[in-house]
Design a binder for this molecule. Sequence first.
Ligand SMILES: [Zn+2]
Length: 436
Amino acid sequence: MFQGGHEASEKNLAAALDNPSSLNFLLLTHAHIDHSGLLPRLCSQGFRGPIYCTPATLALLEILLYDSAHIQFADLERALKKKKQGRWRGALPQTLYAASDVERCLAQVKTVGYDIAFSPLPGLSVVFRNAGHILGAASIAVSASGDKGHIQTVVFSGDLGSFEQPLMVEPSQIGQADVLIVESTYGDRLHRRLEDTELELVDVIKTTFKRRGNIIIPAFAAGRTQEVLFLLADLVRRGQLSHLSIWVDSPMAATITRLTHGFSDELNAKAQDCMSWLKAHPRALDIRLVADVEESKRLNQIKSGAIIISASGMCDAGRIQHHLLNHLESQRNAIVFTGFQAEGTIGRRLVDGAKQIRIMGHDVAVKASTHTIGGLSAHADQADLIRWLGSLKTPPRHTFVTHGEPAAAGSLRRAILDQLGWTNVQVPNRGQVQTL
Ligand SMILES: [Zn+2]
């Protein structure tokens, strides 16, 4: 699913396969909406085969796809209301699918755990390997046996995680591939060390609490909120911070935080240790998952010593807006950004140092301090990608670099040629078909 702006909506509406009913099956790497968001549409366009993914991916899909349908419906309702009042120009937004389409799509999902080979068609063998990106994320190896018993393997990396993260395990090695398709989101970048990120976070928290303020952390409900929670808990465990009072004010983030606990055996050893420690030391920090709106509003009465994590991550919707409204005008408070802020969002304006912000219909002076904690990323950087690729026993015959801006994909291609000495590395065009 394309995301962001009117162009995205047009691209999503135009996205269609020639003959969806002719597809035998679909393999899904993970639940992030840019990878899964058009599945209900594909099913309503005629695809009736099974969708294979891991159990944790299905659990996340159940939350994210219904949310996607809900957002589309809410956007349309808002536009209709404005049109009635004569305040809407141009075409109304079109929904891609309804909740009923999501329900039908989810009924087509079949789950298979990591490292278990399965055969969606005779002669084909598929394995999901842990990609260490988000809960349930997988790289996929598809092996086909030819006429003379010769086996060819195609590996699709999906989104890969970095080797140093608060929650997820390292991306699994893949062993062997004849053809490899690898993502390149951060193919031209190196992340800051997690250790430096932690030091920065400790510094902001201590300084803000010393001046008796609150800390507001805008964060995406799926993934980033749980990473921040574990990072904070681990800092308390290691004695870098004393007792913390944390409120997670987003119903979806609360649901996904509970779900993350349910899949704790898929988290890395440090995160599992941290969970056991939290169980043994229940008073070490208060983590409260806020559900209803009234409880959310009561948070306005807390004037100091609180950390409030809320969505959306870029501040353009959701409960985070009323926390910003309530906290931006005091220099005692701090706003801590932990993820990318897209052009045109309130989050981006704050990161860029705006002195005044319009939020929920109010003009607000920005007096709180703003900080960007750079080291958290669910994506592998160039060094991680080269390390993952370097684990292959022999170079693939063909490598395709995808899922990145042209500069990032080009830079990763160069690094593969220079550092690994592979040949036949291409950045394909969208829709390119290659016979190998
Ligand atoms: Zn992803």
